[in-house]
Design a binder for this molecule. Structure first.
Ligand code: AMP
Length: 609
């Protein structure tokens, strides 16, 4: 399917007809100096001369019919929108309400969203019969955890003005992470990737198992790396000091940080790294320093993001500098051996990305962390996402966080499962268990009967028996119970008691010595095959479940999935875990979508499906 991709900047319009599957451009035009007397259009299609001062609407009115005539078969229009605010967390079919919504978040991106909106309005009027889809630069970062989203500002003030970290360049980070994973022959959901989008604007993103969990741009595209003309990170106190010392007003401070800083400010020569590299080679000290500061900042973020993800499998360089500057890649990748990332300097120097080879490695063969350069293609990603929204593309967008179903987490107290023989030994001949109340798993019940469990050190009284009877006895206790009893029990799936320690059970009719059967239950989720399909997991997968407990983000790792037709969806943790996490019974948990990784863990642990 062909998608018309429209990207309207303040004074430019890029319009391209792109194959959503391959990314090939069938036709394209670039209009520059839009709104001035010198508006210029270049590209693959001839268009009639434009009147002086033609604005976005006038340029699109002239350009779009010509483009569609040159490249027929367009089934959707994809619009790049820079800021989706807190509302737009996925590509969105545009209607009047969505236009109003984009307008409502525009104060967050006053330079970018208004031209994006002008393009949307004009294109909808010119092409009313085609579906229009907004693809947001911020959407990929909607998965940032709360700890990465918040600035340490007074909470109510920040909320009132939407002051939080949103992140940008999302289409590029998503695209290159996916391309890198495909090149490595891995599922993106099994990899931790640091993507470095180093263009005129620049940002780094930590893509953990397919989701953005940290990124260097924040509420605006000013935070983070050194950019062409933007300062990136700066002590806010330095800005206040400069405003006072120089008598700068807000607009002057805005110009200083956005237009006069970055590589341009540091070098005093140019915002373009090519010019700076040339001057540095001639011995210009300021240009040398600009390169050092730039590389140092990127390296610092890479180290930080490896720490954020607890490791990294691949580091990807992309955009103008990342794809083309061997010198900058080399400087950034220095001294990364501690991380397991070894640069191959020859491969880096020789690296040239082409249409036929848009991905290449610059790491040494023995490098555990792969270093890659990937040609970004935001137009292709916008086309792919737009096609997915209108339902004919090959790749569906990730479900919105709000739509992801939750899993109730039940707190499982210590308990005993018995055989019929054990029931009779402990409660008397011919005794059968007396149901007290049903449990969430169909057919299971808590019994009136309780027992004393004796360990080498101490005993625990009134331990509840669960029914119905089973083929083998099993005592499930928490770690604290183990210490109390004086027994070191393994963490096991229920039913797997081979070679576990035993204990002595005491009931009203007698004592019973178990040779084995005492375990600490492995955190687990019960679910039906339909649930498993919905969550994209399989029996035996080891997953992570996030909870928001007592205001703290918390993730339970090492949770095993158990799938059976008769199960009801529920996760079970023991009392120790619930207490440590301050959980309420049946508090909802969210499966962290790491399906690919779950399979990897399952393989590593040798669990059969
Ligand atoms: P982008 O915003 O992705 O188009 O990146 C544009 C920037 O990439 C330019 O301003 C340059 O700083 C940089 N760039 C492009 N080509 C090269 C190159 N061959 N060597 C160094 N920097 C480059």
């Amino acid at each position: 399917m062909h998608v018309l991709v429209i990207n309207c900047g303040s004074s430019s319009i890029k319009a391209e007809v792109v194959d959503a599957d391959t990314g090939a451009a069938a036709a394209g035009l670039l209009a520059e100096r839009v709104g001035t007397d010198g508006v210029e259009v270049t590209g693959t299609v001839a268009i009639p001369a434009l009147p002086a001062g033609a604005d976005h609407a006038a340029v699109l009115a002239a350009v779009l019919p010509a483009l569609l005539a040159a490249a027929p078969g367009v089934g959707a229009v994809g619009h790049r929108v820079v800021h989706g605010g807190g509302r737009f967390t996925e590509p969105t079919h545009i209607d009047d309400d969505v236009v109003a919504g984009i307008e409502a978040v525009s104060p967050l991106a006053p330079l970018h969203n208004p031209p994006n909106l002008a393009g949307i309005r004009a294109a909808r009027a010119i092409l009313p019969d085609l579906p229009h889809v907004a693809v947001f630069d911020t959407a990929f970062h909607a998965t940032l955890p709360r700890r990465a989203r918040h600035y340490a500002l007074p909470a109510e003030l920040a909320d009132r003005h939407g002051v939080r970290r949103y992140g940008f360049h999302g289409t590029s980070h998503a695209y290159v992470a996916r391309r890198a994973a495909a090149w490595l022959g891995e599922d993106p959901r099994a990899l931790r990737i640091i993507t470095c989008h180093l263009g005129n604007g620049a940002s780094v993103c930590a893509v953990e198992y397919g989701r953005s969990v940290e990124t260097s741009m924040g509420m605006t595209p000013l935070e983070g790396l050194v950019m062409g003309t933007r300062s990136g990170d700066l002590d806010p106190g330095a800005l206040l000091a400069l405003m006072r010392a120089e008598g700068l007003d807000v607009d002057a401070a805005d110009r200083l940080l956005n237009k006069q800083s970055g590589l341009l400010g540091l070098s005093g020569v140019s915002h373009d790294l090519r010019d700076i590299e040339a001057r540095a080679a001639e011995g210009d000290e300021r240009c040398r320093l600009a390169i050092q500061v730039y590389a140092h900042r990127v390296r610092r973020y890479i180290g930080a993001y490896a720490a954020v993800m607890g490791g990294v499998d691949a580091i990807v360089f992309t955009a103008g500098i990342g794809e083309n500057s061997a010198l900058m890649r080399d400087r950034i990748a220095q001294r990364m051996e501690w991380l397991g990332a070894h640069l191959d300097p020859d491969a880096n120097r020789a690296l040239r990305l082409t249409d036929d080879a848009p991905v290449a490695a610059l790491s040494a063969a023995h490098s555990r962390v792969r270093l890659l350069a990937v040609r970004t293609d935001e137009q292709h990603e916008i086309a792919r996402q737009a096609a997915a929204v209108v339902g004919t593309g090959s790749a569906a967008p990730a479900p919105a966080a709000a739509e992801t179903p939750t899993i109730p987490i039940a707190i499982s107290a210590r308990h005993v499962h018995l055989t019929q023989e054990a029931v009779e030994a402990l409660f008397g001949p011919g005794h059968t268990l007396t149901p007290r109340n049903p449990l969430s798993q169909p057919g299971q019940f808590a019994c009136e009967e309780t027992l004393t469990v004796h360990g080498p050190k101490r005993s625990i009284e009134r331990v509840r028996v669960l029914g119905p009877v089973r083929p083998a006895c099993q005592v499930e206790v928490s770690r604290t119970d183990e210490f109390f009893l004086g027994i070191d029990a393994p963490v096991r799936m229920s039913g797997n008691v081979a070679n576990s320690p035993g204990c002595v059970l005491e009931g009203p009719a007698g004592r019973l010595t178990l040779e084995e059967g005492l375990i600490c239950a492995w955190r687990h989720i019960h679910m039906t095959p339909a649930d498993a399909e919905l969550f994209g997991v399989a029996h035996g997968d080891v997953v992570e479940v996030a909870v928001d407990s007592a205001g703290r983000d918390l993730v339970f790792g090492d949770v095993v999935v158990r799938v059976k037709d008769s199960y009801a969806l529920e996760m079970h943790v023991d009392t120790d875990e619930a207490n440590a996490a301050e959980l309420q019974d049946l508090q909802p948990g969210m499966l962290v979508p790491t399906q690919g990784r779950a399979r990897v863990l399952r393989r590593q642990r040798g669990i059969s499906g």
